[in-house]
Design a protein around this ligand. Structure first.
Ligand code: PEP
Ligand code: MN
Length: 365
């Protein structure tokens, strides 16, 4: 995969976020339902300091016969919010028709949903339809945890000339039930941040959690990981929301949540902090070097074992031996306060690498 560089305009210059030293917050209902619901929600949000309204006009629903959005009429209600309350307005686009309608209505920002960013054809059509505009577009992660597919969606927009691009992390679909509606898999947005450090990165705790009880913990985790902001579903009366009722919260509850968040800085000029962190990091670096040395030694021994097994016509995989290793690892690991799942991942990876080494030794002519 070729290394990508996106040609981006930093979010500070989009004219949407007046103070980027604070987390950016975009909020509004899952769906626009009525003029009154949109207007009252927006008024409530404005009163607690939110500057950008979100609302779904066309709703991608998993099953048919659910509420699928009010369609273009809702854009008129959002326009009224823009005009009368001076808020910025944003909505989701999933096809070319949505793009035309949303642009015609004068949306300030668009986002692409998780089902759409997973589809390269749809993404390309949207990118083509947006050519020649400079509207900011946020791209949600695809429903499946595929970083390249996510990046592909960003590239398609960028190649169409869009430079005001950001990402929204909304978690990933999973077959099995878990605490959250969508599994966060934080390592994916972290990888995106590593590849595109300057790009706006927003977390959507609403679609990750699926329940308002969990909104705070997800939002705090996003802040701890250095996300630039949040997009949160907020409804003036969540109980009667036509979609995603369980995860929406009132503007007042949103304000409380935001007040509780601890916002962390990326760095500090404090000398004491710098000295201490530098010392700790030096120790971590030393330990990493030792780990590398140990792993290299372990692999050399695996090679020797491979040769020995080959000479004696013995299979590489020895399940009994592997079970014993794992048992011991878990026992000692537990005494040392190491997480079971973590150890399982690490040792499975080491074991696999060792098998691979032995396999190549055995097949060597
Ligand atoms: C939404 O933001 O309303 C939405 C449909 O989200 P997602 O694409 O993340 O499912
Ligand atoms: Mn929703």
């Amino acid at each position: 995969m070729t290394a990508t560089k996106l040609d981006l305009i930093p979010a500070e210059k989009w004219g949407l976020f007046p103070d980027m030293t604070k987390p950016v917050v975009i909020a509004g209902p899952c769906s626009a339902e009525s003029e009154q619901q949109i207007f009252e929600t927006a008024r409530g949000l404005k009163a607690v300091g939110i500057g950008i309204l979100r609302a779904g006009i066309w709703k991608p629903r998993t099953r048919p016969n659910c509420f699928e959005g009010v369609g273009a009429e809702g854009l008129i209600w959002m326009k009224r919010v823009q005009r009368e309350l001076g808020m910025k307005i944003s909505t989701e686009v999933a096809n070319v028709k949505h793009v035309y309608e949303a642009l015609k209505a004068g949306m300030d920002m668009l986002w692409v949903g998780a089902r759409t960013s997973a589809n390269p054809f749809a993404m390309q059509e949207i990118a083509d339809a947006l050519k020649g505009t400079d509207i900011p577009v946020l791209v949600k992660n695809p429903v499946n945890p595929d970083v390249e597919l996510w990046i592909g969606a960003l590239e398609r927009l960028n190649m169409a000339g869009l430079k005001k691009i950001g990402v929204i992390h909304r978690g990933f679909s999973a077959y099995s039930k878990s605490r959250y509606r969508n599994v966060p898999q934080w390592q994916l947005p972290i990888e995106i941040k590593r590849r595109f450090p300057g790009m706006l990165m927003i977390c959507d705790p609403s679609h990750i959690s699926g329940k308002r009880e969990y909104l705070y913990e997800i939002s705090q985790q996003a802040m701890d990981l250095g996300f630039d902001g949040l997009i949160v579903e907020s409804h003036i009366c969540p109980e009667i929301a036509l979609s995603d009722a369980a995860q929406q919260l009132t503007p007042v509850a949103l304000e409380e949540l935001l007040k509780k968040l601890v916002i962390r800085k990326v760095d500090s000029e404090n000398l004491r902090y710098k000295e201490n962190i530098d010392e700790l990091r030096a120790r971590i670096d030393m330990i990493d070097n030792e780990l590398l040395e140990l792993l290299a030694n372990r692999m050399k021994i695996a090679d020797q074992i491979g040769i020995y097994k080959k000479q004696n016509d013995i299979t590489i995989l020895q399940p009994g031996r592997w079970d014993k290793i794992l048992e011991k690892v878990f026992l000692i690991g537990k005494e040392k306060g190491l997480d079971h799942e973590f150890l399982e991942k690490v040792f499975k990876a080491i074991h696999q690498a060792s098998i691979d080494r032995q396999t190549s030794v055995m097949n060597r002519k």
